[in-house]
Write a protein that binds this ligand. Structure first.
Ligand code: ZN
Length: 373
């Protein structure tokens, strides 16, 4: 079964066309009356009474009301007024949805819609306009101003979060590091207020993906900015709660940079790692390090490291981590030095939780550095 990999809904037959004969004016409603009911009941609003829908690109998504769906796999297509569940493999138009959810006939579904007699109460305010898909854009000075301000708002907020500070301290990211790297915390409620107070155009924040139709993008996350010349050019949010599915979220509206690039200029030994917390750990230990943020290296990023004589590759200890180490080693050829798997630690940041973490790491690096010279 390839249900889950499908990205577009299959052709959905209209329940009107399949059940009523447009030429027959029966005892019930005519085709024109049916179409008028359809036109007066936008699918996103009707389904929005039963399902909490969120914009996802050009579609709306939610948890399927017909099966146990943590994914979520229920999609509403506003442009053709249809819905489809990738878990149940069912879909249809607005009438088909009412038939299924209210367990009524087609005629009764029409009746309920036209008389506005639906059982469900609205679960949320559903965006009536389609969400604009967010794609990385070339940033202007205005964007940098907003991003830098957002960084400072998040940074100020972290000092009111003792649990977050404690979490970071356990990982040897102390107050000095937090201040120097403008690490912050997004509550999810601070940014919009501040931007309004400054009188900034909300379009700019939405271009960046910082604030969308459903509120602020980063919520209950540790926010790590990438700073260049004192300005923030990108943000990554790390989850702090169990329920947050994505461990890291990158800013959707800005191009993903190589973290720390400014700090490795002219260094002969460069360390390359994957996550922002690993990166902070390496920087804390005094290494010239960059972080990939899980993406492939772009050509200009590779050439930005052309000064480096040796590139030490530090990835997670698990199999995917080793695999990406080998891939990176291929990219850098004979300059590459793969640091061996960390003993009893998933990643560098976890190793840093041990008091002897740094010396263990230095012990792993030394023989690799001496090899092939
Ligand atoms: Zn379903």
């Amino acid at each position: 079964m390839q249900k889950s990999t499908r990205t577009t809904a299959p052709q959905i037959k209209s329940s009107v066309r399949s059940r009523t004969n447009p030429t027959r004016v029966g005892t019930r409603k005519t085709r024109d009356e049916i179409e008028a009911i359809r036109a007066n009941h936008p699918i996103e609003q009707v389904i929005g009474r039963y399902v909490e829908l969120r914009p996802s690109g050009r579609r709306l998504m939610g948890q399927c009301p017909f099966h146990d769906d943590p994914t979520p796999s229920f999609v509403v297509y506003v442009h053709n007024q249809s819905w489809y569940c990738f878990g149940c493999d069912v879909g249809g138009d607005v009438f088909k949805f009412i038939e299924r959810i209210e367990k009524v006939s087609f005629a009764q579904a029409l009746q309920r819609l036209s008389s506005n007699a639906l059982a469900a109460r609205p679960v949320s305010r559903v965006p009536t306009t389609q969400a604009k898909p967010i794609a990385p854009i070339e940033l202007s000075d205005e964007h940098f101003t907003l991003l830098t301000a957002a960084t400072e708002v998040y940074h100020a907020a972290i000092f009111a979060q003792p649990r977050v500070l404690e979490y970071l301290a356990e990982r040897r990211i102390d107050l000095d590091m937090i201040r120097r790297h403008r690490i912050g915390y997004a509550t999810g409620n601070d940014l919009a207020k501040y931007f309004r107070f400054r009188g900034w155009d909300p379009e700019i924040a939405s271009d960046l993906g910082l604030i969308g139709p459903r509120g602020e993008y980063f919520r209950e996350r540790i926010v790590i900015p990438e700073l260049r010349d004192g300005r923030a050019i990108y943000l990554v949010g790390r989850a702090t709660q169990e329920y947050q599915r994505a461990k890291y979220l990158g800013l959707p509206g800005a191009p993903k940079p190589l973290y720390g690039l400014e700090m490795i200029r002219g260094s002969s030994d460069v360390f390359i790692c994957e996550g922002p917390l690993d990166w902070l750990t390496l920087v804390k230990w005094g290494y010239h390090a960059v972080a990939l943020l899980g993406s492939h290296l772009k050509r200009d990023q590779i050439s930005a490291m052309s000064d480096a004589e040796r590139i030490f590759i530090v990835t997670d200890s698990d199999e995917p981590g080793r695999k990406s180490a080998r891939r990176l080693a291929e990219t850098f050829g004979e300059r590459a030095r793969i640091v061996p798997p960390l003993p009893n630690a998933k990643d560098v940041n976890e190793l840093a939780m041990r008091l002897d973490g740094h010396s263990i790491f230095a012990g792993l690096v030394q023989p690799v550095a001496q090899a092939n010279l």
